[in-house]
Design a protein around this ligand. Structure first.
Ligand SMILES: *Cc1c(COP(=O)(O)O)cnc(C)c1O
Length: 227
C-alpha cells in the first residue's frame, strides 16, 4: 500500500476508535513519525493532507525541515535531547515531547526566539520503570511541571510516554490508564494541560481508549524502518 492509502486507513482507524471509546470525533491528532524517511516520502504525506510530523534525530530532522521548507508542516521533536542540540531544536520545531530535565528546558527557553510562539512541551514519563528509558516518574510529574513554570518561552501542554511494548491490549491499556489518571489529577490545579501523547502503530487503539490526544504513528504510515 502507498503512503496516501495508508494515511487514509489510519484516519479511518482513528475515527472508529474514537467512536468505540466514546471520544469526540477529531479529538485525536495524528502525528506521522517520519524519522529515517526521505523528504520525498514526507512531501507525499503533506500532499495527502498530513500536517504533524515527528522526528527523533536533530541533525537529520533539521536538514529535512529546511529542504521541505513548508510552513504548513508542524514539527514535533520526539527523541532524546542532547544539550548541544537545544538551539536547533528551539528554532526548527513547534513541539518537544521528551522533556525530563530542567537543564534542557532552560536551554530551550533561552533559545526560543521572541518572534515565535512559545515552544509546546510535553513531559516524558517513564511509565514502565525501565532503567534504560528516559523520563521522570509519575510521582515527580507535578513538582517538575511547577519548576517549568519559570520558563516563559515554553508552554507546558501535558504528558508523553512510550511504555514497554506488549501485544496484550489490556496491558497496553493499563499503562496508558496511569497516564490518563495523572493528567486528570494535574488538571485540578492546571486546567491548561490538554495533551496526552501516547500510542504508536502497535498500541494506538489502547491509547485512544485511554485519552490520547496525540498518537505517534510511524510504521503503519511509512512501512517498516530499516534503521
Ligand atoms: C519511532 C517512534 C514512534 C513510532 O513508532 P511506530 O512503531 O513506527 O509507529 C513513536 N514514538 C516514538 C517516541 C518513537 O521514537
Amino acid at each position: 500500500m502507498k503512503i496516501t492509502a495508508k494515511l487514509d486507513q489510519i484516519r479511518k482507524d482513528i475515527s472508529v476508535a474514537e467512536k468505540q471509546f466514546h471520544r469526540d470525533q477529531g479529538s485525536v491528532c495524528l502525528l506521522a513519525v517520519s524519522k529515517t524517511r526521505t523528504t520525498d516520502e514526507i512531501i507525499t504525506a503533506i500532499s495527502a493532507g498530513q500536517r504533524h510530523f515527528g522526528e527523533n534525530y536533530c541533525q537529520e530532522a533539521v536538514e529535512k525541515i529546511e529542504e521541505i521548507n513548508n510552513p504548513e508542516a508542524i514539527w514535533h521533536f520526539i527523541g532524546p535531547i542532547q544539550s548541544n542540540k537545544t538551539k536547533q531544536i528551539a528554532s526548527c520545531f513547534d513541539w518537544v515531547h521528551t522533556i525530563d530535565r530542567i537543564k534542557i528546558a532552560r536551554r530551550l527557553d533561552e533559545a526560543r526566539s521572541e518572534d515565535k510562539a512559545a515552544l509546546n512541551i510535553c513531559i516524558q514519563i517513564n511509565i514502565s520503570g525501565e532503567d534504560s528509558k528516559s523520563g521522570i516518574t509519575l510521582d515527580n510529574a507535578e513538582d517538575f511541571i511547577n519548576q517549568l513554570e519559570q520558563f516563559k518561552r515554553l508552554r507546558v501542554r501535558g504528558l508523553m510516554a512510550l511504555p514497554a511494548p506488549t501485544n496484550d491490549f489490556d496491558e497496553q491499556r493499563a499503562a496508558f490508564s496511569l497516564l490518563n489518571k495523572k493528567l486528570h489529577g494535574l488538571n485540578r490545579n492546571k486546567p491548561e494541560l490538554d495533551t496526552l501523547s501516547i500510542g504508536t502503530s502497535q498500541d494506538m487503539e489502547a491509547a485512544i481508549a485511554e485519552g490520547a490526544t496525540i498518537v505517534r504513528i510511524g510504521t503503519a504510515i511509512f512501512g517498516a524502518r530499516n534503521a
